[in-house]
Design a protein around this ligand. Sequence first.
Ligand SMILES: Nc1ncnc2c1ncn2[C@@H]1O[C@H](COP(=O)(O)OP(=O)(O)OP(=O)(O)O)[C@@H](O)[C@H]1O
Ligand SMILES: [Mg+2]
Length: 331
Amino acid sequence: MPAIILENISFSYSSKPLLENINLQVGEGERACLIGPNGCGKTTLLRIASQDLLPEQGKVKIEGTNTEFFQVPAIEDFRGSARDYLECALCPLRNIATQFQDATNQISQGVSAVHAEQRYDQLLALMSCFDIWSLETRLTEVLARLGLRVLTGSGRDRSLSSMSPGERGRLQLAVTLIMKPEVLILDEPTNHLDARAIDFLVETVNKWRGAVMMSSHDRAFIEDTATVIYDMDVALWNELAKATGSSQVTGLYRCAGAYSKYLAEKTSARRKHRDLHAAQQAEKRLLRKHRQEASKIARGGVRLASAEGKAKKFFADRAAATAQRRMRNDD
Ligand SMILES: Nc1ncnc2c1ncn2[C@@H]1O[C@H](COP(=O)(O)OP(=O)(O)OP(=O)(O)O)[C@@H](O)[C@H]1O
Ligand SMILES: [Mg+2]
């Protein structure tokens, strides 16, 4: 079963920790979205999950049957034309197609190579898993639907450096979708997409077979796709845990369900925390008042004022003991 498993991940770019003890598991059919303020480490965590960056601590496990093909070359580091980029990125799939053709020829010619049938079966499974039969059709369709129709014809020879950052971003996204990885990792995928391209992406992501992990600032996109939200800003959840005496949240707060459910849960947590805080402050004021009154007891009442000799000492000691006990309880 395809899955992304992060165990106790910690990472920092400087002496200040950025990610601490992150644990997360995204299983088949789950679409997890990381939420948090700018700079909280969403991209960094996605880069760690896609094994583009090594964590300082912890383990990344990518489970599945065919996970080795999911790395797509980073377009910003690539020199050449759009065609070169596509050829390089899709090379693993084209290699499978060539090997499958060879294996088919061998079998049809009756060549009895060792393990020939077993090899044929393996390649056939890969051809189906990555939908390589329809690679060229999918390539044309995905490019067109992501607003890159220009690259379906002679425009494919355009150099990447002559393309806008938005076009390059869409090309890398197109390749990622065409590669059909069992675990799909997307960072801000709707950047540079128009409404129609976003609709296509929503449709594609929602049909994904495997595990999806992403980050986005596009609330409508998150609402339309995510099945689980991971909040990287755990301050509120920890304040609430402290106020209620529950255990602290480390790394991420998981909220299963749609984005709107997460928003409702967070609003309710904020309200609960505010109410608890107000109640605790009111109790604190009462205790302070009660404690101040204890000092009056220490000074004694009418009986201490009117007592003499041993009786005066008795009343004074008793008043002091009562006052001390009350103050201790209040503290
Ligand atoms: N290569 C790097 N070297 C040093 N610091 C970096 C590097 N990359 C990112 N950072 C810093 O690490 C922090 C987390 O960055 P990251 O890009 O992971 O955040 P993010 O949550 O994805 O932000 P955004 O919402 O803006 O996309 C930021 O303060 C950023 O400036
Ligand atoms: Mg980011």
